[in-house]
Design a protein around this ligand. Structure first.
Ligand code: 5GP
Length: 189
């Protein structure tokens, strides 16, 4: 049976493990991951074209002007956006395309693609989130605090998502998401 392409919007606080979960969805269930463009500087270990397309502000603005982005948002003074081409390619290949985007982006995608499924990933506790952010060890304390402040604001938006999934155990979390997507796609066919 041919599987219809679909969009999965994955949001959640910085440090909750969205990237790890998405990677596992790709490996285990063949999802396709949208690589975002950003003007943020790469963190240690991040690779161009794998984690993000790292652009200058001028390059990013060119992409906006040329309608190359499905959506974009400003987060912590940097631009982040979803290149439209990768998403269209994945959907036309019948894949579930995962977008790891913030709450503003999720709202915009829902308007453009009402059929998309949105999931807000939460940590088992607030303390776990703080620990994970600090363990990442790649940012100054001031930046960690900024991310925690943004997370507090994002807390208020989580009810706007179709589902909330706790990322306590990676395998359970990934299996829960796959189950949700199977159910949602079944409803639509
Ligand atoms: P980080 O700097 O931690 O990689 O990402 C910061 C925030 O930007 C996260 O909430 C992440 O989901 C969001 N983000 C990453 N790519 C995109 C994108 O293409 N569009 C939007 N709207 N948000 C994004």
């Amino acid at each position: 049976m041919e599987k219809r392409g679909s969009l999965l919007v994955l949001s959640g606080f910085s440090g909750v493990g969205k990237g790890t979960v998405a990677k596992k969805l790709v490996e285990k269930y063949g999802y396709s991951l949208s690589i975002s463009a950003t003007t943020r500087k790469p963190r240690e270990g991040e690779v161009e074209g794998v984690n993000y397309f790292f652009l200058s502000e001028d390059e990013f603005k060119d992409l906006i002007e040329n309608n190359g982005l499905l959506e974009y948002a400003v987060y912590n003074n940097c631009y982040y956006g979803t290149p439209i081409k990768g998403v269209n390619d994945a959907i036309s290949n019948g894949k579930i395309c995962v977008l790891i985007i913030d709450v503003q982006g999720a709202e915009n995608v829902k308007k453009l693609y009402p059929d998309s499924v949105s999931i807000f990933l939460v940590p088992p506790s607030w303390e776990t989130l703080e620990q994970r952010l600090r363990a990442r060890n790649s940012e100054e304390e001031e930046m960690i605090q900024k991310r925690l402040d943004i997370a507090k604001k994002e807390l208020l938006c989580q009810d706007e998502y179709d589902y909330k999934v706790v990322n306590d155990n990676l395998d359970d979390c990934v299996n829960d998401i796959e189950k949700i997507l199977c159910e949602e796609l079944k409803k639509r066919n």
